[in-house]
Ligand binder design. Sequence first.
Ligand code: ZN
Length: 427
Amino acid sequence: MFIFASKQIKMQHIIDRFISYVTIDTESDHKSESTPSTAKQWDLANKLVEELKAIGMQDVTIDEKSYIMATLPSNVTQEVPVIGFISHFDTSPDFTGANVKPQIVSNYDGKDIVLNAEKNIVLSPSYFKDLLLYKGQTLITTDGTTLLGADDKAGITEIVTAMEFLINNPEIKHGKIRVGFTPDEEIGRGAHHFDVEKFGADWAYTMDGSQIGELEYENFNAAGAKITFKGKSVHPGYAKGKMINSMLIANAFINELPAGETPEETKGYEGFFHVHHLTGSIEETVLELIIRDHNKKKFEKRKELIEKITRKINKKFAKQFGEDIVITEIKDQYYNMKEKVLPVKHIVDIAEKAMKEIGIKPLIKPIRGGTDGSQLSYKGLPCPNIFAGGHNFHGKYEYVPVESMQKAVEVIVKIAQLTATEDSSKK
Ligand SMILES: [Zn+2]
């Protein structure tokens, strides 16, 4: 049932495995405080444990928070760095992941794909131009009513399939490989309870990027600010010199932020302030924003600016209000992994070389967000991110080309091989 045609990883095998994962609902939930945030994530977690054992992985463990780890022992005698591959089994709460009905589009003709005729939902290359990269390939799409869950069940499919391939082809040399599957990545908690020490790898890769070729080791430095504005409500007819409208102060605060430095007006390495929540009345307004910048110095400057505007407005109202009218709380969220990866840059170079050796053009670019890898890097496990192949994550237009998943499997196998054969003194 598991046959390799000239060492090619069989497409149908990948499709079957992927579908067996995405048809299990594992949507995570921001509002929950438990780990995993939703009990249904156990459904897939438990299945993965059984599957890892079935393909012959060793030391397969699952802890009380559903974190899964497993080992593929080294098959070489010399000492080789221990590497890891990581992905997450939850799906985004942004769109429903219940009753996913994957559709297979073979030999994609480059035209519109009708996801749902009844609801007139069409996946069109005129809007999603990336589709044209995959003409002639096999795509897996949704039926237009759910997300697909390629983020990140494509990554899990690829890791399991690569481990199985290495087990079935022992002539391919590799060191000890650790596998880690986590819950709750989509709600920013995937790395929170990840036991880096227990994992015991020198470095790892998250298989959680998008387009084939993506290789990422830079992400934003991130902070969130909650800014509370106080006010004084007075009858509008008698308000002169007395009323303080907190909503208008919040408005003045927003106007002090640099124009054009918003998500919708920036790209590449440009940072931003993003006002994402604003609720208010005369007596109190709460403004929430996030601060993002790849550059650590600029990131600190941005946080200082928030404090500076706060002080300026507080000073202006000091007499009239008697106490601080603006209260600002800034919390750092995560940092650019580049700082932790650059000292061990060869871990990126190996991934890049692996891609080139199997004919993939590496696309190295900064992430405009964070990954679990950034948190793991700061916990002591340097962890760049590699493509898993999917597109249009977190919604009904999500799709994944099976050929990209096949290539990701090959990348994992190649990285394992290169790590065991390259000069490991660079470790
Ligand atoms: Zn993901």
